[in-house]
Ligand binder design. Structure first.
Ligand SMILES: Nc1nc2c(ncn2[C@@H]2O[C@H](COP(=O)(O)OP(=O)(O)OP(=O)(O)O)[C@@H](O)[C@H]2O)c(=O)[nH]1
Length: 392
C-alpha cells in the first residue's frame, strides 16, 4: 500500500512534469500561463516538504510547507481568474495567505494541534477549490464550442472541494482519525493522495484550456482580417457556399453587396496611412453595428468589402445599402479621443440578388460589375445588378 511519503513524492514528481509542460506554452500569450508555472513550482516545494520536511527544522516542516501549499493553490485560483479575464484579487489573496500563516503558527507554537492545522489547511483548500469551480462555471458563456477542457477543470475543482470537506468531516466523525500527517491508515493515505494529485490534475485542465485558447486564437486569425476584424476572403467564401446551399434547400433569397470606399488613396496621401487604417476600422465597426446578426461582412482586399445577406431579396438589399450610405457614407469627419481626426470617407455599393441556380462566384461578379458602374457614375451611390452573367 502506498504511504503518505509515497503519495507526496508522486505529487511532487507530477508537479515537476507539469512545470516542464507548462513551460512549453509560456510564450502562448494566454493570460495566466506564468501564474500556472509559479503554482506548480510552489506545489513542488510544498509536496517535497510535506513528504520529507519532518527531518528539517519544525518551522520549515510546518509553516513553510503549509504556506507553500496554500500559495500554490492561490496561484492556481489566480490562473483560472486570468483565463477568464477576471481581476486577480492579489491584495485580498495576500491577506488570506497572511491570516493562514498566523493560524498555522498559532496551532503549532501556541496550541499544538494536528486536528486544528488539518481543519485550517483543508478548509482553505476546499474554499479555493470552490472558488475555482465558481470562476469556471460563471464564465460558461465564454466556453467555446469545445467544452471538454472547461468541464474537466470544473470537475477537478469540485473534487478538491468535496475531498477536503470530507477530510474535515471525517476528522471529527471517525474514532481512528489520524494524529499526524504521516499516519499510515488507509483512508488517511487515500485522502492525502486525492488532495495531492488533484492540483497537478487541475494544472492539466488549465493546460487543456490554454491549448483550446491557442486554437481559438489561430482559428480567429485564419478567418478574420487582422486590421478590421471583418471575415477574411477565404472564410467569406466558405460561409457563402454554405449559405448558398441553405438558400437552395429552403428556397430562400440571398443577396450580396460589394462596398468600396471612395478616394482612399487621397486619404492615405493627405493624412497618412495610419489615418487610412483608422478610416477602414471605423467603417467596418459602423457597418457591422447596422447589419443583422445573420449578415456577414468580409474584407475582399484593400478598401473593398462584401456583405452577404441571407433571406434578403433585391429591394430589401438595396434599401439596406442606401441606409448604410446615408448613415455612414455621409458622416462628417470627427475628432477622435486622441485629438486626431477620424475620417469617414463615402463609399460606393454594388448590389445583387441571387438568381435561380446561380453560383456564388457569379453572384459576386454581378455585384462587382454594379459597383464598377456606381464608381464611374460618380461614386457615393448604390447600383443594383439585375442582369445575369454567363459564369458557371
Ligand atoms: N491605410 C490603408 N490603406 C489601404 C489599405 N488597403 C488598401 N489601401 C489603400 O486604398 C486605396 C485603394 O485604392 P483604389 O480603390 O484603387 O482607389 P481609391 O483611392 O479608393 O478610389 P476609388 O475606389 O476609385 O474611389 C489604395 O491607395 C491603397 O493603398 C489598408 O489596409 N490601409
Amino acid at each position: 500500500m502506498l504511504g503518505t511519503k509515497g503519495a507526496f513524492s508522486i505529487a511532487a514528481l507530477l508537479c515537476f512534469v507539469m512545470i516542464l509542460v507548462v513551460y512549453s506554452v509560456k510564450d502562448s500569450r494566454v493570460p495566466g500561463v506564468r501564474t500556472l508555472l509559479v503554482a506548480n513550482l510552489l506545489g513542488l516545494g510544498a509536496n517535497f516538504l510535506y513528504g520529507f520536511g519532518r527531518s528539517l527544522h519544525p518551522f520549515v516542516a510546518y509553516e513553510v510547507a503549509n504556506t507553500l501549499y496554500i500559495a500554490a493553490s492561490l496561484a492556481t485560483l489566480v490562473t483560472f481568474r486570468r483565463f477568464f479575464n477576471r481581476p486577480p484579487l492579489t491584495i485580498f489573496l495576500v491577506c488570506v495567505l497572511a491570516i493562514f500563516l498566523v493560524l498555522i503558527s498559532t496551532f503549532h507554537y501556541g496550541f499544538n494541534s494536528y486536528t486544528a492545522r488539518l481543519v485550517t489547511v483543508s478548509t482553505y483548500q476546499a474554499s479555493i477549490g470552490l472558488a475555482i469551480a465558481i470562476t469556471i462555471f460563471n464564465a460558461r458563456d465564454t466556453w467555446s464550442s469545445a467544452k471538454y477542457p472547461f468541464i474537466f477543470s470544473l470537475s477537478a475543482a469540485c473534487v478538491i472541494f468535496c475531498g477536503h470537506t470530507y477530510r474535515v468531516a471525517q476528522q471529527f466523525l471517525r474514532s481512528d482519525a489520524p494524529r499526524t500527517l504521516h499516519d499510515a491508515t488507509e483512508w488517511n493515505v487515500l485522502l492525502i493522495a486525492v488532495g495531492a494529485f488533484t492540483f497537478p490534475i487541475l494544472t492539466l485542465g488549465g493546460l487543456l484550456i490554454v491549448h483550446r485558447k491557442m486554437m481559438s486564437a489561430a482559428e480567429y486569425a485564419a478567418n478574420h482580417d487582422f486590421l478590421t476584424g471583418a471575415w477574411s476572403r477565404r472564410a467569406f467564401f466558405e460561409i457563402g457556399e454554405r449559405e448558398l446551399t441553405l438558400a437552395d434547400r429552403k428556397n430562400r433569397k440571398l443577396s450580396v453587396m460589394v462596398l468600396d470606399l471612395d478616394n482612399m488613396k487621397a486619404i492615405n496621401d493627405t493624412f497618412g496611412h495610419a489615418s487610412g487604417d483608422e478610416a477602414l476600422t471605423c467603417f467596418v465597426k459602423n457597418v457591422t453595428e447596422r447589419l443583422r446578426a445573420s449578415d456577414y461582412l468580409g474584407r475582399f482586399g484593400g478598401d473593398e468589402f462584401v456583405v452577404l445577406m441571407p433571406e434578403t431579396d433585391l429591394p430589401t438589399a438595396i434599401s439596406v445599402a442606401n441606409r448604410l450610405l446615408c448613415q455612414i457614407g455621409k458622416s462628417e469627419d470627427k475628432t477622435s479621443q486622441n485629438g486626431g481626426t477620424t475620417r469617414h470617407p463615402s463609399f460606393s455599393v454594388g448590389v445583387a440578388c441571387r438568381l435561380p441556380r446561380e453560383s456564388f462566384q457569379s453572384l459576386l461578379k454581378r455585384a462587382d460589375v454594379a459597383l464598377y458602374k456606381a464608381k464611374i457614375e460618380g461614386r457615393s451611390q448604390v447600383v443594383a445588378s439585375e442582369e445575369p452573367l454567363l459564369i458557371s
